[in-house]
Design a protein around this ligand. Structure first.
Ligand SMILES: [Zn+2]
Length: 198
């Protein structure tokens, strides 16, 4: 049995995988080599629409067991993974990276609860620029079995069919346009502040 894919997508947009679990390829691989990182990709990357449109969409907990948030990381100067969160159901620990916001604090997590918002913090491709602040928006998702500590393919744990076919799993969510506009504006202001150094 697999868990539901831990993501709510904006209606009308098609979620895609840009990197699977395994040897990396394309621009990501070139990037890893250039900066001396391992070329093996220990998770999956997924995004929405044109690689900017997923910004602010909700990453959720779909574990059915009692789940606890173990760790939260905010972007640090040396971080390549940006803002991240880790939560565990006692069997697996899930890590989600490059978030724009971490919604939850450490503690218990309910099924279906939003933990973070998709973003492009840390090193993402293509990198965000002044004119394109949402470039490279995606989520890097890792699954660490608690028993071994070695990362496994998240698609062995989460049902990818929920994601790539956009089936109504109960997690495809219509965000009202006004809310989307407000979220977008406030996120854009934050980005602008960051860019201007305030
Ligand atoms: Zn990745």
């Amino acid at each position: 049995m697999k868990y539901k894919f831990p993501f709510k997508c904006h209606s009308g947009l098609v979620p895609k995988l840009s990197q699977g679990f395994g040897e990396s390829s394309g621009a990501a691989r070139e990037f890893y080599i250039k900066y001396g990182y391992p070329t093996f990709h220990y998770g999956i990357d997924f995004y929405l629409g044109n690689n900017t449109q997923g910004y602010g969409s909700e990453l959720i907990n779909t574990f059915t067991e009692p789940t606890v948030i173990r760790q939260i990381w905010w972007d640090t100067p040396m971080a390549t993974h940006g803002n991240g969160i880790a939560f565990s159901n006692g069997i697996y620990t899930v890590k989600m990276w490059h978030c724009s916001e971490i919604i939850k604090q450490k503690g218990n997590l309910a099924f279906g609860e939003t933990v973070a918002l998709m973003g492009n913090s840390g090193a993402t491709l293509p990198p965000a620029t002044y004119g394109q602040p949402f470039n490279g928006t995606h989520c890097h998702l890792e699954v660490w079995p608690n028993a071994t500590g070695d990362r496994i393919n998240p698609l062995d744990v989460f049902n990818i069919n929920d994601l790539i076919y956009g089936k109504d799993t109960g997690f495809i969510k219509d965000i009202p346009p006004f809310q989307w506009a407000i979220n977008g504006l406030s996120l854009m202001l934050q980005k602008l502040k960051t860019l201007l150094g305030y």
